[in-house]
Design a protein around this ligand. Structure first.
Ligand code: PGA
Length: 252
C-alpha cells in the first residue's frame, strides 16, 4: 500500500512570519502520516524554524540542494546541512530549476545520490513541454528523464523515492492535465521502473502529479489508480486550500 502524499511547494513565497503562521494553522488539522503524508517545502532560511515547530504529522522539505558535500559554491545549500537541521524531504530537478538554473538529468542524478547519502527523501520531478506532448513524444521524453535520474540507484533506494510528474505546460498556468492524461503517463513511468528494476519496486514508488492542482480538481486526480498524491504550488500557499487538498487525499 502506497501512502498518499500532498506536498506543498511554496517556491519563493512567504516570509518567516507568514511561514510560521501557516504551520501553526495546519499543525493540528493534519491527519496521521500513516494515512496521508503532508509535506511543506519552503525557502532554505526558514526551514529550521519550520522543523522546530512542525506538528507530529507534518514533514518539512527543501526545494533544492547542491550535489557536492561542501566547497566553494557561493549561495548553495548542502545536503549535510539539510540533514543536520532535521529536514525530511528535498525536491530535486523541478522544471523551474532545469529551465532557469541549468539543471540537467546528470545534475539531477548526482543530487539524488547525494540526498540519499544524507538521509534526505527526494521528490524527483520530471515532465514534458507542450511541444513534446503535441509531438506525441511524452512517454519517451519522460522515460529518458527517469532512466537518467535513477542511474546507479539500487532497488532499495528507488522503492523509497517520490517522483512528481509535472507537465511543464500545466505548471502555474491553470491548465491541468486531465486526470486520465496524468494517470496514463504516471502508469507508463511505473511500468518503466518495473522494467528497470522489478514489479515490486514499481509498486512501491510513489508517483505524484503536479501542475495547477487545486481543491476543485484534486478529487478526480486522487481517484486514479496510479496517482499517489500531488505536488502543489499556487494552491499550497493558503492554509485553507492546502488543507482541503490534504483532506481529499485522506478521504480517498
Ligand atoms: P502549481 O505548481 O501548482 O502552481 O502549478 C506546481 C509545481 O510547480 O510544483
Amino acid at each position: 500500500m502506497r501512502i498518499p502524499m500532498i506536498a506543498g511547494n511554496w517556491k519563493m513565497h512567504k516570509t518567516r512570519d507568514e511561514a510560521l503562521q501557516f504551520i501553526y494553522a495546519i499543525n493540528m488539522e493534519v491527519p496521521k502520516s500513516t494515512y496521508v503524508e503532508t509535506v511543506v517545502c519552503a525557502q532554505a532560511p526558514v526551514l529550521r524554524d519550520l522543523v522546530k515547530r512542525q506538528g507530529e504529522n507534518v514533514r518539512i522539505g527543501a526545494q533544492n540542494m547542491h550535489h557536492e558535500t561542501e566547497g566553494a559554491y557561493t549561495g548553495e545549500v548542502s545536503a549535510a546541512l539539510l540533514e543536520n537541521i532535521g529536514v525530511d524531504y528535498v525536491i530535486i530537478g523541478h522544471s523551474e530549476r532545469r529551465a532557469y538554473y541549468n539543471e540537467t538529468d546528470e545534475t539531477v542524478n548526482s543530487k539524488l545520490h547525494q540526498a540519499i547519502r544524507f538521509n534526505l527523501k527526494p521528490i524527483v520531478c520530471v515532465g514534458e513541454s507542450l511541444e513534446t506532448r503535441e509531438n506525441h513524444e511524452t512517454d519517451a521524453f519522460v522515460h529518458k528523464q527517469i532512466e537518467k535520474a535513477l542511474l546507479g540507484l539500487g532497488k532499495a533506494q528507488v522503492e523509497k523515492l517520490v517522483i512528481a510528474y509535472e507537465p511543464i505546460w500545466a505548471i502555474g498556468t491553470g491548465k491541468t492535465a486531465t486526470s486520465e492524461q496524468a494517470n496514463e503517463t504516471i502508469a507508463t513511468i511505473r511500468q518503466r521502473i518495473g522494467e528497470l528494476y522489478d514489479e515490486e519496486t514499481a509498486d512501491q514508488v510513489r508517483i505524484l502529479y503536479g501542475g495547477s492542482v487545486k481543491p476543485e480538481n484534486i478529487e478526480s486526480l486522487m481517484k486514479e489508480p496510479h496517482i499517489d498524491g500531488a505536488l502543489v504550488g499556487g494552491a499550497s500557499l493558503n492554509a485553507k486550500s492546502f488543507m482541503q487538498l490534504v483532506a481529499s487525499a485522506y478521504n480517498q
